[in-house]
Write a protein that binds this ligand. Sequence first.
Ligand code: 4AD
Ligand code: MG
Length: 480
Amino acid sequence: MFNKRIRIKTLLAIEETNYEATVMGWIRTFRNNQFIALNDGSTNNNIQIVATLGMFDEALLKRLTTGACIRASGTIIPSLGKGQKVELKATTIEILGDSDAETYPMQPKKHSLEFLRENAHMRFRTNTFGSVFRVRHALAFAIHKFFNDKGFIYLHTPIITASDAEGAGEMFKVTTLPLDGTAPKNEYDNINFKEDFFGRSTNLTVSGQLEGELAAMALSDIYTFGPTFRAENSNTTRHLAEFWMVEPEVAFNDLEDNMTLAEEFIKYVIKYAMENNKEDMEFLSLRLDEEEKQKPQSERSDMGLLEKLKFVVDNDFERLTYTEAIEILKNSNHNKKKKFKYLIEVWGTDLQSEHERYLVEKHFKKPVILTDYPKEIKSFYMRQNNDGKTVAAMDILAPGIGEIVGGSQREERMDKLIQRMEEMHVPVEELWWYLETRKFGTCPHAGFGLGFERLVQFVTGMSNIRDVIPFPRYPKSAEF
Ligand code: 4AD
Ligand code: MG
């Protein structure tokens, strides 16, 4: 058996010394021809390995370069040097993989996030990305734990689908037909998808909600957690073309139940990461402090990362309607002084992220849940309110991020749903299966979608969404 190693995180947590241990990992630095800082990704802390002078031959020492992978065995002893409690006094050091010092991209110095994005295949080896991906993992785990503990069923909804769940037409096509112009045509001279793999036109899903609703109409409480795809040409720090979404769907929940579930959920997963990833969270908080120092005073946030997260966990989210929010925005000095790129003039306009961030960061200074949006700017499946103008929608807006959750109570009344689908040109016949839930035992129900990367951004304090997913997909970029 080759893999007889102790993880560096485990080793560093052990109080005793004078025992034998084997570690494996990647060299971060090698100083004075003696001291190796080794990292295995279990923590940002390295183990110092001492290669006592004279004990190892020159040829081996030359190969102890930054990035090289090694196995080292020896005795764990109290460290004489500063910066670490223990070190490994090596008796054997074996090179598992050489790394050319000249061309290794992750030099032991500070790299820009842009540079690291271009080297996403190697950026796992930096402290920042080590922390980000460990926290990402913790959040994913916490999500499953939260729902599992509440008795929800984890449902795997399809990734290839024929429907457009959001009705927004931002889909990637999936086809096995040739793209060189020789695809079969129908009588209207359009591509004949009847001859395609699935016998119809299909695409990558934008949301698992519709299928989630079908399951909730039997299993009561379900959630999905999977990849979703949007072919929107958004080049922002908050949009990806491929992102992960968490979508609970709950029978018998109304809009208020839905908000309460979402708020409890967000607080739970943030708290989980803070309690279980203390070291990484402290590291990320210091990293953000450094980044903030580069900004002009007026743009700096008044709270550090940990302080901000604690505040979010400890305080109620502000709940108000879209109509109330529009009033606040319309009367704000920001609007009067024309500081918004898109001025708020009439009821009914969609909120841009500048408006969302104004409400959260300047006005309320805490997460906000906006409800009851105009039906024109929301999806066909949202429950229509009695005023004939608004729907039972909710968006949760987070500081620094804007929209992190979008959800609603669903329209469970068949006639109202069909009427809205027709108004919005959503194909009623194609969604016959969705409508059957309203035909057979319909009930009030609600759900929401949380953008997982936006959550990871919020918790890690990373300003660009491309830095919280291992290999980001965005317009003109699908390297790796
Ligand atoms: O608001 P959205 O479009 O809602 C839905 O898809 C519903 N079907 C959800 C539901 O009710 N089950 O998307 C939900 C969330 C957004 O609030 C945002 O956090 C995230 O998904 N999101 C994106 N994240 C990254 N990149 C994108 N292009 C995103 N589009 C949406
Ligand atoms: Mg939305």
